[in-house]
Design a protein around this ligand. Sequence first.
Ligand code: TYM
Length: 344
Amino acid sequence: MAFQQRVFSGVQPTGNLHLGNYLGAIVKFVALQQSHDCIYCVVDMHAITVWQDPVELPRATREVTAAFLACGIDPKKHIIFNQSQVAEHAELAWVFNCVARVGWLNRMTQFKEKAGKDRENASVGLYVYPNLMAADILVYRATHVPVGEDQKQHLELSRDIAQKFNNDFSASIAARGFGDAFFPQPEPLIQGPATRVMSLRDGTKKMSKSDPSDYSRINLTDDADAIAQKVRKAKTDPDALPSEAKGLEDRPEAENLVGIYAALKEVPAADVLGEFGGAQFSTFKSALVDLAVAKLGPIGAETKRLMGDPAYIDSVLADGSNRAREIAAQTMSAVKDIIGFIRH
Ligand code: TYM
């Protein structure tokens, strides 16, 4: 069965948005607006899988929304909303808790990383987080999901859940005129030179909101001075830049900075090496500072300006939630019929 093409993705309102979120996900959110109907969600229900300060959570939710807007997502043509306002996410997640298998969740590497050694003490929500993520996507029967590399395994699980639901209820799905599949197989969109942006302090670790060192990441709200300082202090090796990709092997910090430059400039990494091959890092870092400030400076300034108008941000979220709810409610009604829940 052919599904209407639709894009869905989400970002957690926890800590600062950084260059990894921007290059790995948000840049793609912006580009996909040209070709698809898009739904972009601030996933506040995912955020509370680890404790969040009730004063900080609304600020962070508004900041992600402001950053979406500042990056150029159009909230009228597309949908921007916060997850907790559309109850169908939680409702479908429960159904998926009953479809997904314990063995599937036990394989999720992100749970193992986040729960750490004290797994017994992790929230149950953190464990079933990937089922909620599948519900986020499939409650809109979305077909395409732009994400960074770290979400690949969760997307594979979403596909497995969609498939098992379609199989488990195949007769009921067909009887209701949905053909042989009610849910599409959502396709991850993980492309380009910056699908996994690494820490500026350690090229083997992912750039992350939770790294205690602020020097490990460039935040979307960093000013020009902060960006310059962080890039200049970024870890490198003593050699000059190579002129071909092969020369980046076993040089994770060099590879990361070249990838960041390429993604910001929207050119292939090979072009960057063509330009800077043989140059010292001092020269390359100066060019990277100029490029990063030119690209990120206006976004940071606009995010801050929008944060001064929380009523406007809340109106965007309210409008988006209403429109999202209409689509989600249709899916959920059909799911209830398919499963055999009596609707009144
Ligand atoms: P989150 O909030 O951790 O990250 C948001 C997006 O940024 C990407 N990303 C990165 N990309 C490249 N390099 C990095 N260092 C880097 N760090 C983060 C992430 O891959 C993600 O695309 N579980 C998701 C949120 C979510 C979601 C969904 C995504 C909830 N429901 C449904 C897609 C569809 C998360 O925690 O992303």
